[in-house]
Design a protein around this ligand. Structure first.
Ligand code: F6R
Length: 265
């Protein structure tokens, strides 16, 4: 794992956006895995700025989001379809037909899950998967206890997730009780995983994901099994990392010499 500790939330967004932008420059037909929630918003703002400033072209880029609330339609004001349009899609020259999210209003969850997995496979797999982190260690909506071999399916949300997401709905009782989410294995199939976390409330989950044992109790810890993971955190989210000094040293080394640079972390 490459662990990048940045001074503040804004830098986390800038560094993440630069990694995504570099991927799109390398391959204009890149497949990006995207996330919702508060964490990726700074990254999306910076990606929009790069598109405007440098004319970065997204016309051939394909996107797949991690998840969608189950039981709500794409045009629901709190759906992740709506979120992605508002925070990112409307500002880039993406082709709407290339932007994929699982449908929360599908009649058959198993058929919809299989359709989503097939879509990712048919696109050639995900080049970079952007991830936020739940305070309970979830990635996507793979709540603690999720199989590390899981694929897209409907999962019940944990109490803490419902409470954390109540801010988007106005009250916990309005938050859907389940979501259709890529599985842990679907996420691990991406060629590069980019995990972002900011704020002191994520410090425990980051330490458990990066330095704790690999366990279904902390689904993000499965990322330790992936050969190319970049974790970008601000100082607050890094507060409980035991190997902080090593991560800083390693990043300094990367900056000073690119000779031994390897895509494997
Ligand atoms: C969102 C998602 C979730 C969030 C996580 C953190 O698509 O899959 O795993 O990334 O709940 O949410 P925020 O960023 O709001 O703290």
């Amino acid at each position: 794992m490459r662990v990048v500790i940045e001074a503040n939330v804004q830098r986390v967004g800038e560094v993440a956006a630069e990694i995504l932008a570099a991927q799109v420059r390398r391959d204009p037909r890149s497949v990006l895995g995207l996330a919702t929630g508060g964490t990726p918003c700074g990254c999306y703002r910076e990606l929009i700025a790069i598109h405007r400033r440098d004319g970065l072209d997204f016309s051939q880029v394909r996107t797949f989001n991690l998840d969608e609330y189950w039981g709500i339609s794409p045009d629901h004001p709190q759906s992740y379809h709506t979120f992605m349009r508002a925070e990112l899609f409307q500002y880039l020259n993406l082709c709407p037909a290339n932007c994929h999210l699982p449908r929360g209003d599908a009649s058959d969850s198993i058929a919809e899950s299989e359709r989503y997995e097939r879509g990712i496979r048919d696109a050639g797999g995900i080049d970079i998967q952007l991830l936020g982190l739940g305070r309970n260690g979830h990635i996507g909506f793979n709540e603690p206890g999720s199989s590390l071999a899981s694929r897209t399916r409907v999962k019940h949300l944990a109490r803490q997730t419902i409470d954390d997401n109540a801010r988007f709905f106005g009250a916990p009782e309005l938050v859907p009780r389940s979501a259709i989410t890529m599985g842990v294995q679907t996420i691990l199939d991406a060629r590069h995983c980019l995990l972002l976390a900011t704020g002191i409330s994520k410090a425990g989950a980051i330490a458990a994901a990066v330095e704790g044992p690999v366990t279904a109790a902390i689904p993000a810890s499965a990322l330790q099994l992936h050969p190319q993971v970049t974790v970008i955190v601000d100082e607050d989210a890094a507060a409980e990392l035991r190997n902080r000094e090593y991560y800083l040293l390693a990043e300094q080394g990367r900056r000073e010499s690119s000779e031994y640079e390897s895509p494997q972390h």
